[in-house]
Ligand binder design. Structure first.
Ligand code: Q46
Ligand code: ZN
Ligand code: ZN
Length: 310
């Protein structure tokens, strides 16, 4: 197999792009796609302060590395979620990458902010682990970005992630979620702009980029991911992609074209949470503060039970 561009030995075949690429041209393609996506969707400018949500996985570390190479001013933020057998390792990879590249990494421990990590939270709160974790991550990442004065918060969602989310939202006709699915969401008040510069790159391309560039990342999946709906959606899309190359890219690109025809839902009025001051659509406490309260109440009950005379 030869590289479509230079005819040297190719290491990857990208059927959806009709390309076979050598290491050098794979790296060049990935960086070019990211640079073009940032410009096309006006995600941010070189003058703006960028914060990358870093998980220790291939996508976020590749993204951080690429931004650095492209000359953007990007710091990282790592949320230590408190997930046994996963958080410690993912933190090591994140800190290792930051140290090796001389980059600034903010580390936030969920347990310190919430009173418990995700493993503790799932024991006391109703809801699935990933849904609770999603609430905590969205809240803390936004708050860190806002308090740090960053212009934009980036996540490493790739094409496979985006296509799976889109399929999930389409199957249930989740109009609100569909209206908000876009490579860049503008900021407003205390909600910081969010963007996903890897959405047009497949998981395979990003993994190959990391291997070629010598980026060490965590291979293990979060233990809570087992059985998640997103994994089934990805498997279905992979089967389609195998048979009809370009399915995922066409699905996402087509959606972004027709999305403009959808009527956006009425904007939700946001208020400041009376406890933390961050924006919320609820009348009272924001969802994060409600979870925090639940954990505090649970901890108090446990202390009282243990402290009560027999
Ligand atoms: S970290 Fe959190 Fe993911 Fe683990 S609990 Fe689910 S959402 S799977 S990306
Ligand atoms: Zn080549
Ligand atoms: Zn709050």
């Amino acid at each position: 197999m030869k590289c479509t561009i230079c005819k040297k030995p190719a290491v990857i075949k990208l059927r959806h792009a009709n390309l076979k690429l050598c290491p050098e041209h794979l790296v060049a393609r990935v960086e070019k796609v990211v640079a073009e996506t940032i410009k096309k969707f006006r995600m941010f400018t070189p003058e703006e302060r960028v914060l990358v949500a870093v998980s220790g996985g291939k996508d976020s570390l590749a993204l951080w590395g690429i931004l650095n190479k492209l000359g953007y001013r990007a710091d990282g933020v790592y949320l230590d979620l408190g997930i046994a057998g996963y958080s410690g390792r993912s933190r090591e990879f994140s800190e290792g990458f930051a140290a090796a590249h001389g980059l600034k990494l903010l580390v936030v421990r969920v347990e310190e902010e919430l009173g418990a990590g995700i493993d503790g939270l799932v024991k006391v709160a109703r809801g699935k682990a990933c849904s609770l974790c999603g609430t905590v991550k969205r809240y803390l990442l936004n708050r860190v970005a806002y308090e740090g004065g960053y212009d934009v918060l980036l996540t490493g969602h790739n094409l496979d992630d985006e296509a799976a989310t889109l399929l999930g939202n389409t199957l249930c006709w989740e109009e609100g979620y569909l209206a908000r699915q876009h490579p860049v969401l503008p900021g407003e008040g205390k909600l910081v702009r969010r963007a996903k510069p890897l959405v047009f790159l497949s998981e395979r391309e990003v993994a190959a980029y990391c291997v070629i560039s010598g980026i060490a990342y965590i291979y293990e999946e979060c233990p809570h991911a087992a059985g998640a709906r997103s994994i089934t959606l990805k498997r279905v899309l992979n089967e389609l992609e195998d048979r009809y190359p370009g399915t995922k890219l066409g699905f996402l690109r087509g959606f972004l074209k027709v999305r403009e025809r959808f009527t956006p839902p009425e904007p939700v009025e946001l208020r400041d949470c009376p406890s933390c001051g961050m924006p919320t659509a609820s009348e009272g406490l924001c969802r994060f503060c409600r979870l925090k309260e639940r954990i505090t109440r649970h901890a108090l009950r446990v202390t009282e039970d243990h402290g009560a005379p027999a």
